[in-house]
Ligand binder design. Structure first.
Ligand SMILES: Nc1nc2c(c(=O)[nH]1)N[C@H]1C(S)=C(S)[C@@H](COP(=O)(O)O)O[C@H]1N2
Ligand SMILES: [Mo]
Length: 338
């Protein structure tokens, strides 16, 4: 096996920069892309994380020491950056193996994401103040071979970690390809409720008085209730858990016949909204219950979206309107920000 440390310190720095960037991009993408491709981003994310750890000793030996000897006053920021990268990877491993799932709202994955996002400004600062001057020789054949060996070694460690996790029966063994752990399938009473930090559950005292409009028509919750059928689907939160329920739901395609425009906007009472392409309507549902009982308030009562194959943020809760929209569905942030 090739020694990653055989890379020059400039090559190590370059590799670290590429790996941090790759880890950030694969991490965020794994949320945005949903079930179909999510697994590949999760694998890439894991391999990037392991490769960062494999390069850490070389980094410590090399530029950190010289940087510290030079005694730059900002060296503590650099050190903090390095520590945060390692903490982020460690939290990722704890989540992936299920060795630690977190305390209360601070799930291992959520904490991992928070530290990960927090290090972005430090990463940019590092790129700006410690630019790695690229040279043609940085990408010579030996460097390419050694980078390949490094990635191969990282992939090996990743596979070994995943295999050990399932063989030893750790909680991480029940993860889906998206990296999420199973929670309370078939038991909605135990299913977590998750909302963005700036979204508050609306007070719903009377479901029959709920104002829902679909393409300009007021639709009563009772009318929906009469048309539902059971739809088994997995809610997979970006916070790192999934839960399968049998949703009592109606397909949007049955409620919106020949919608105009380029997309459909589904809006919550809280203002939270998502756009969906017209071709997706067949596989998107409005649910009023699960397992034959009405939704609980935290789960979006009286009516929420069920979007099999897409991650939690698409599953708009407390829906008040479903309206054709002129914007194409890609004209929105990949994750809701409001
Ligand atoms: N209106 C609204 N809908 C929302 C959210 C939100 O913050 N506001 N969070 C989404 C996210 S990120 C997830 S994972 C699911 C969680 O659904 P649950 O609370 O029923 O588990 O709701 C989605 N729908
Ligand atoms: Mo979520």
């Amino acid at each position: 096996m090739g020694r990653p440390s055989a890379l020059t310190s400039r090559q190590v720095n370059l590799a670290l920069e590429v790996l941090v960037l790759a880890a950030l991009l694969t991490g965020v993408s794994s949320w945005a892309v949903g079930d179909r491709w999510g697994g590949w981003f999760v694998v890439g994310h894991g391999v990037a994380g392991v490769a960062l750890v494999l390069l850490a000793p070389a980094k410590l030996r090399g530029s950190v020491r010289t940087g510290f000897r030079r005694g730059r006053s900002t060296r503590w920021i650099s050190a903090a950056f390095g520590v945060m990268v390692l903490v982020t990877v460690a939290l990722g491993v704890l989540h992936a193996t299920g060795l630690w799932s977190g305390v209360g709202p601070w799930s291992a994955l959520w904490t991992h994401s928070l530290v990960g996002f927090a290090l972005v400004p430090l990463f940019v600062w590092h790129l700006v103040t410690r630019p790695v001057r690229h040279r043609a020789t940085d990408l010579d054949r030996r460097a390419v071979v050694r980078s390949g060996l490094l990635l191969g070694a990282a992939a090996g460690v990743y596979v070994a970690q995943e295999t050990t996790t399932s063989l030893t029966g750790l909680a991480g063994g029940s993860r889906r390809g998206t990296g999420s752990h199973e929670v309370a399938s078939g038991d909605p009473t135990q299913m977590p409720t998750v909302s963005w930090f700036d979204d508050r559950r609306p007070d719903v005292t009377d479901a029959d008085a709920w104002q829902l409009t679909i393409a300009g028509r007021v639709v009563a919750i009772n009318e929906l209730r009469a048309r539902t059928r059971p739809v088994p689907a997995v809610l997979d939160c970006t916070g790192g858990w999934w839960s399968e329920q049998s949703w009592d739901a109606v397909a949007l395609a049955d409620l919106l016949v020949d919608p105009s425009g380029h997309s459909v906007r589904v809006r919550s009472a809280t203002g939270y909204d998502r756009l969906f392409g017209l071709d997706a309507l067949d596989g998107i549902y409005l649910a009023v219950g699960y397992g034959g009982e009405p939704l609980r308030p935290g789960h979006g009562a009286p009516v929420r979206l069920v979007v099999p194959g897409r991650r939690g943020p698409w599953w708009v809760k407390w829906v008040t309107s479903v309206e054709p929209d002129d914007r194409p569905s890609w004209m929105q942030p990949p994750l809701p920000l409001a």
